[in-house]
Design a protein around this ligand. Structure first.
Ligand SMILES: [Mg+2]
Length: 246
């Protein structure tokens, strides 16, 4: 309880970042690693592609196997996941040279990392190990509490990842993050729908294939065309009114 004249207690925020096309782009390296892992594990080419936008990795793997005429058994999916992680490990240098950090992403992460009241982590369809490699390659991992994140190997339904991240973050921070204190940032309608289904705020970033206007239509609380200069909007104001993202 705050006494008269005392500053209000800090409002804690949990910020959940999507990775691909929100923070970074692999510019084809990620797709090629998947293609090679698929060939290596199944002995067949990836002739038909699953729609991957905003989906979780295990989900993409199952569909990729199915559309290419194979039974997506747990054993095959697990082998594909291992081959994928090995592929990313082997091609770290290439990923760093060909891929890039999207404009404003590093600065925004750095500014929010300086805020004591903000805990930021990832909510991504990537496998945990792949997410870590991508973030390490581009030097973004230090800004994020990756132990609090939720990943493509935690659940195949992206909306479920929100509560998983909230629970992990609450354990790490020692206090609960409510939906009102949680912001998800992503570039696809699947990101937006996951956040809306979970009941948290969602910031859409028009840096992927989906224009900002379509992200707003999908239910984003707000949209931006890039992450340049957005940390001030993401930070929660310790006042009443319309709150953050206003
Ligand atoms: Mg994305």
């Amino acid at each position: 309880m705050s006494l008269p004249g005392e500053m209000p207690s800090p409002l804690r925020q949990l910020v959940l970042w999507d990775i691909d096309h929100t923070l970074i782009e692999t510019r084809g390296v990620g797709g090629d690693i998947f293609k090679r892992a698929f060939q290596e594990v199944t002995g067949k080419g990836l002739t038909r592609r699953a729609d991957i936008s905003g989906r979780t990795e295990l989900d993409i793997m199952r569909e990729s196997l199915a559309v290419n005429g194979m039974e997506p058994t747990n054993e095959l999916v697990a082998r594909l996941a291992d081959a994928l992680v090995d592929g990313y490990e082997a091609r770290r240098d290439e990923l760093g040279q060909v891929g890039r950090v999207l404009p404003g992403a590093r600065e925004t992460l750095a500014e929010l990392a300086d805020e004591e009241t903000v805990l930021q982590t990832v909510l991504t369809g990537n496998l945990r190990s792949v997410a870590r490699i991508k973030l390490e390659v581009f030097g973004l991992d230090g800004f994020l509490d990756l132990a609090a994140g939720a990943y493509g190997d935690d659940a195949s339904d992206r909306a479920q990842l929100v509560s998983i991240a909230q629970e992990r973050a609450s354990d790490r921070f020692g206090s609960t993050f409510t939906n009102d204190q949680t912001l998800l940032v992503g570039d696809t309608p699947n990101d937006i729908r996951a956040g809306v289904a979970a009941g948290v705020r969602v910031l859409g970033v028009g840096t992927g294939k989906t224009p900002s206007a379509d992200l707003l239509n999908a239910g984003a609380s707000a949209v931006v065309d890039s992450l340049v200069g957005v940390s001030a909007r993401v930070r929660r104001r310790p006042t009443g009114g319309t709150g953050w993202l206003a």
